[in-house]
Design a protein around this ligand. Structure first.
Ligand SMILES: NCc1[nH]cc(CCC(=O)O)c1CC(=O)O
Length: 326
């Protein structure tokens, strides 16, 4: 008989079936194998977000990709699951633990445009594919700041489908997370890594979350070795900002926390958190930042996010988030 606290000889890692999910689950499976010397088997789970053809904002956004994986964890069908952190609702899931958030990849969004063009080089009126209110708001705002207009076209589908709209000539460009392209070995197809001054990523973008059942303490402790404390602090601040703005993952909220170096000689690092909320037409935008000592605890990181949210709400951020109820 196996003790409830012992690790099984073979671990089941639940994954969505998309190429991106399979790629990132495969990478984490390999890290877990090396870390705890157990075999790790991938178990495919279909989620509503994978089968629905509706736009994310219409099906509610928050959590559509993760609930089936979480159900499988709670039912004991799988031992661990890998999520893109930006797809995870900000509320804790009862009975589950985010055992590790490994080192984050490039959090930026990438442009894949025809003829190798950057955003600034696109023709006036260019058709740009993205279904994300966050990207729409900031890209429209950026275009307006240059005295130009773009047309954002809502698209969904996997990375192949999205890039296909550019190849076929239907769209001038599409915008995708650089981390996703990189995990698929397709970052070379990006024609621009969009500066975060123009386009702040989704909270948690580029980071993965490894989740297991809370009662599985031995596994959670083992997986915690894969956690990166700096990434954990940064994404905790970003997600706390999102939660405090009471916005779901399909709301037009961007956030990024990065190290901030205080003078060349001193080498003291602080954490700088930037946040943005805007109307999808880019006409109104609230963008603010806050800098504080690098948080020593998750509680401190969360406090930084809440503090910035309060300042953004005082500047009228709530009135710009109408899309969250779609
Ligand atoms: N919204 C879907 C989604 N969720 C996670 C990623 C990949 C990037 C990441 O892990 O942050 C993507 C694709 C995209 O936004 O281009």
């Amino acid at each position: 008989m196996t003790s409830p606290t012992a690790l099984p000889t073979a671990l089941k890692l639940g994954t969505r079936r998309s190429a991106l999910a399979m790629a990132q689950s495969g990478q984490v499976a390999e890290q877990v194998r090396q870390l705890i010397g157990r075999s790790v088997e991938l178990v495919e789970i279909t989620t509503y977000g994978d089968t629905s053809r509706e736009h994310l904002a219409q099906i509610g956004g928050t959590g559509v990709f993760v609930s089936a994986l979480r159900d499988a964890l709670l039912a004991g069908k799988i031992d661990l699951a890998v999520h893109s952190l930006k797809d995870l609702p900000t509320a804790d899931a009862e009975g589950l633990t985010l055992a590790a958030i490994p080192v984050r990849e490039d959090p930026r969004d990438a442009l894949v445009a025809r003829d190798g063009l950057s955003f600034e080089q696109l023709p006036d009126g260019a058709r740009i594919g993205t279904g994300s209110p966050r990207r729409m708001a900031q890209l429209n705002h950026w275009a307006r700041s240059m005295g130009r207009a773009i047309e954002t076209v809502p698209i969904r589908g996997n990375v192949d489908t999205r890039i296909g709209y550019v190849a076929s000539g239907d769209l001038h460009a599409v915008v995708l997370a650089a981390a996703g392209l990189n995990r698929l070995g397709r970052l070379g197809e990006a024609t621009q890594l969009i500066p975060t001054d123009a386009l702040l990523p989704a909270p948690g973008q580029g980071a993965l979350a490894i989740e297991c059942a809370a009662h599985n303490v031995v596994l959670a402790d083992a997986l915690a070795e894969l956690d990166d404390p700096f990434t954990r602090a940064a994404v905790t601040a970003e997600r706390s900002l999102l939660a405090a703005l009471e916005a779901g993952c399909s709301a037009p909220v961007g956030a990024l926390a990065e190290p901030h170096f205080q003078g060349a000689a001193e080498r003291v690092t602080e954490l700088r958190l930037r946040g943005v909320v805007g109307t999808t037409d880019g006409v109104e935008l609230v963008q603010m930042s806050i800098t504080g000592p690098t948080p020593a605890t998750r509680t401190e990181a969360a406090a930084l996010g809440r503090e910035l949210a309060d300042e953004m709400l005082a500047k009228g951020a709530a009135g710009l988030m109408g899309e969250r109820d779609l």
